[in-house]
Design a binder for this molecule. Structure first.
Ligand code: HSE
Length: 309
């Protein structure tokens, strides 16, 4: 095999209480990429559709990740890459992570799987660093591992795959404005109070326990963020109205997806998730801001191979 076409999913990071530590993958929304391995050394991004991104391999996260991988014993090989972006950078849905993790996954396949999941995650984190200045693991590991993940430790890196209750659905509204992750990180405080930290880690424990025990009430009561959301929500137009509408229409909870501006809600069952989508639509339709709304089951598979030659 020397050619691979993949789908790399959009992801929701943080999931309210788990800043930089929790994430899950979505179905249907994501990037498609084509990778062709060759004996001509070098990395060439030959096509980018759907976003105005750099073809420079030192700037595009795809190039950064591919270089790091080929520099590990494969510098005699080359790769040609086509990128088809189906959602915008700066969305809060892990756009750079979809590209970075998709590259790590596809190159590993083409090189006949020399790298472990953790190694692929680390390569993808280099892409995140190129995109926003920090080696964040939540989006890239959600895309690579699929389902719901916990980044239990960054040093050493430890990713825990969590179970996904059968009836768990996400609704996401993506206002078509761009928030750079770096800017959304700059508004955060370096220090938090012991009281807020206690609330936050108790909720992470509650959410993880709720996922393990299919306890939707516990998932619901744990979807609280007292540290990050209060500082970031002012970057997102109509955040409170969307969140209130989602919860009033049956969502288990709602919050900022990653660094925003996308707002996510989790619901028990597709009917409720669709009702939440309608409620979000009502809030946004007269705002003058373009937006997209998606309802998705949690994608337990992660990155998918679409074609191989
Ligand atoms: N956990 C990261 C943040 C995700 O919230 O800044 C960035 O997409």
């Amino acid at each position: 095999m020397n050619e691979l076409k993949i789908f790399s999913p959009a992801t929701v990071a943080n999931v309210s209480c788990g800043f930089d530590a929790l994430g899950f993958a979505l179905e249907h929304i994501g990037d498609e990429m084509v990778f062709r391995l060759s004996n001509t050394p070098g990395i060439r991004i030959t096509k980018i559709e759907g976003a105005n991104l750099s073809f420079d391999i030192n700037e595009n996260v795809v190039g950064v990740v591919a270089q790091a991988m080929l520099n590990r014993d494969y510098a005699h090989l080359g790769v040609d890459i086509e990128i088809y972006k189906n959602f915008k950078p700066g969305s809060g849905l892990g756009s750079s992570a979809a590209s970075a993790s998709g590259t790590a996954y596809a190159l590993n396949e083409l090189l006949e799987r020399p790298f472990s999941m953790l190694e692929m995650t680390k390569f993808a984190m280099l892409g995140e660093e190129a995109a926003c200045g920090s080696q964040i693991a939540d989006n890239v590991s959600a895309a690579l591992f699929g389902g719901f993940i916990l980044v239990r430790s960054y040093d050493p890196l430890d990713i825990v795959k969590l179970p996904v209750p059968d009836q768990l659905y996400a609704t996401v509204i993506h206002p078509q404005i761009e928030i750079k992750t770096k800017d959304a990180r700059d508004v955060l405080n370096e220090h938090v109070s012991l009281k807020d930290a206690t609330t936050q880690w108790a909720n992470v424990g509650g959410l993880v326990s709720g996922l393990h025990s299919n306890n939707y009430d516990l998932i619901s009561s744990s979807l609280q963020d007292v540290i990050v959301e209060p500082l970031r929500k002012q970057l997102i137009p109509h955040f409170d109205a969307v969140k209130t509408a989602a919860v009033h229409n049956g969502a288990l909870g709602a919050g900022i997806s990653g660094s925003g501006p996308t707002i996510f809600a989790l619901s028990k069952g597709i009917d409720t998730a669709k009702k939440v989508a309608e409620a979000m639509d009502i809030v946004y339709k007269n705002t003058g801001i373009d937006y997209e709304i998606h309802v998705s089951k949690i994608n337990t598979e992660g990155i998918k191979i679409l074609d191989q030659k």
